[in-house]
Design a protein around this ligand. Structure first.
Ligand code: PGA
Length: 249
């Protein structure tokens, strides 16, 4: 059975306390009874106020990163247990901005994912090729290596994988549906090799310049189980049409 679809909003390092609460409130009041899972991932300092506003609306809360340790001498870091303590049920791990800005390796991301799952969170593990890698014909090899390196052997139901081509993030450039379909089918096949039929429980999100205007065609692609949305998750007016497109898919 296909897993329940998921849209996660990645607010990145945007918003302030008041605008976070206003957006969370607009989402909580307007998602209605959609048949998809929704999550927002605010900056860690705003998790607590957003959690209060979301209340029992059904919109889940996620972190944008976590450490591998439960606690200890790791200045500036946040543990998965701390995220869970604030009401998070998801955490994004290995976003390309973390891989680039903080030099995170596949091994780091695998360890973070393992720690997140141990804390009871679902992990959204990000993979994706650069433009140079795509132009060199290396896309599937890059994805295979990132999946093998970043995704631990774990309960498939707690795993989400987001395919985010780096060249599509924040650029307005979107792969063709054929290109998305090729990578998603490949990811499913790779995960089936490892997890058997259990791989079908792993939600495969597409991310990179998803908007209301392109959401429906992206969600119609086989093996696309939702989206990880950056820029268009920062206002309810941009985010809700994407939710509606997935709900209708
Ligand atoms: P974008 O970001 O929707 O702004 O392209 C997606 C992401 O980085 O998760």
């Amino acid at each position: 059975m296909a897993p329940r679809a998921l849209i996660a909003g990645n607010w990145k390092m945007n918003m302030d306390r008041v605008s976070s609460e206003v957006l969370a409130s607009a989402l909580a009041q307007n998602v209605g009874s959609v048949a998809v899972d929704l999550a927002v991932c605010p900056p860690s300092v705003y998790l607590s106020p957003v959690s209060v506003v979301l209340g029992s609306s059904g919109v889940a809360l996620g972190g944008q990163d976590c450490h591998t340790a439960q606690n200890g001498a790791h200045t500036g870091d946040v543990s998965p247990e701390m995220l869970a303590d604030l009401g998070c049920t998801y955490v994004i791990v290995g976003h390309s901005e973390r891989r680039t800005d903080h030099g995170e390796s596949d091994a780091d991301i695998r360890a973070k994912t393992t720690a997140a799952l141990a804390a009871g969170l679902r992990a959204i593990v990000c993979v994706g090729e650069s433009l140079a890698q795509r132009e060199a014909g290396e896309t599937l090899a890059v994805i295979a290596a990132q999946l093998a390196g970043s995704v631990p052997d774990a309960d498939p139901a707690a795993l989400v994988v987001a395919y985010e081509p780096i060249w599509a993030i924040g650029t307005g450039k979107v792969p063709t549906t054929g290109q998305i379909g090729e990578v998603h089918a490949f990811m499913r096949a790779q995960l089936r090799d490892r997890f058997g039929e259990g791989a079908d429980a792993i939600r495969l999100l597409y991310g990179g310049s998803v908007k209301g205007a392109n959401a429906a065609e992206i969600f119609a692609v086989n093996d696309v189980d939702g989206a990880l949305v950056g820029g268009a998750s920062l206002t309810a007016a941009d985010f809700l049409p994407i939710v509606a497109a997935l709900d209708a898919a």
